[in-house]
Write a protein that binds this ligand. Sequence first.
Ligand code: PLP
Length: 368
Amino acid sequence: MKIPMLNLYGQYKSIKREIDESIKNVIKNQAFIGGRYVEIFENSIARFCGTKFAVSLNSGTDALYLSLWSLGIGKGDEIITSPFTFIATAEAISRLDAKPVFVDIDPSTFNINYKQLEEKITKKTKAIIPVHLFGQPADMDEINKLARKYKLYVVEDAAQAIGAKYNNINAGNLGDIGCFSFYPSKNLGGYGDGGIVTTNKKTLAEKIRILKNHGSIIKYRNEIIGVSSRLDGIQASILSAKLFHLEKWNRIRRNIAKKYNRELKNIQFISIPFENGNVYHVYHQYTIRVKQNKRDRFKKYLEQNNISSIIYYPTPLHLLKAMQYLCYKKGNFPEAERASKEVLSLPIYPEMTDKQISCMVRIIKKFK
Ligand SMILES: Cc1ncc(COP(=O)(O)O)c(C=O)c1O
């Protein structure tokens, strides 16, 4: 039996009528850029996250970039974030000529270790970007406490965490700005690129709206230099149709994680994911640790048995060539480095069948 990481075609087939209809509507109304479908979607996301505003963009990467830009981040500023994430998190900081300052991760959750955060705060620190990695919110109470104490902004990288909750509050509503990605493989994925920011601050929402639209609100009356970063009508309409199913899909992901946990918890060389008591984890990834230096051999074994798996992330950001200018060295963030050698994400998606799950477990248990 073949078990892929995702089955987006299967998902499409399960809601084909709604998706086809949503695409047709945009074409019929010729609302390709901006317009009512984008507006409806932005309002739905704001409602879903519990924030006052949502501004759609062309990617999660731009969500981070324009968030920092709207906060006035620039040359000489330091932004604290995790070294164990996708490069977009730090790239947004670097693109504004600010400096990413990394803090090691908590080995149990893979999220930034708030206990090590305060010692990295300097006079130049302007913001913290906690990443809700794999769908589990970071320790937001502690992070927000520090942010308040030192007057720092908090920009959530919630790219992997739509629908996740911390103390019953939605990701995206836990800091000053929340950033989401609609990359096709995300829990809420489009049929192309897309992103959105959420915030309760009108000034920030307005600033991002101007920046994303060539620095203007009124066409041809450009006030500042901005960029072009749009979520198109077809994506917005598809995402609205999918948003309707998101809570159910996240519940199914959590159930699959539970089944995996039950079956894998007693396997010696595997550590199952740890879930904090006060969070609603949405399992964008089900990421285990494979110990005893067995990870790569285990991954190959799964591959030989037609089971896909992915290493998120094989190199922590501070060791990537693109980040060498920051002069970090091997050994600077031991937990992020150890995680990159041990992690393995297994298939988890709402269309996964019980048969596939039991097949996975059976094969995993046979590994020697
Ligand atoms: C943690 C994280 N941040 C940022 C991004 C960037 O999002 P996008 O691919 O939509 O630009 C992604 C996803 O790809 C991500 O996983």
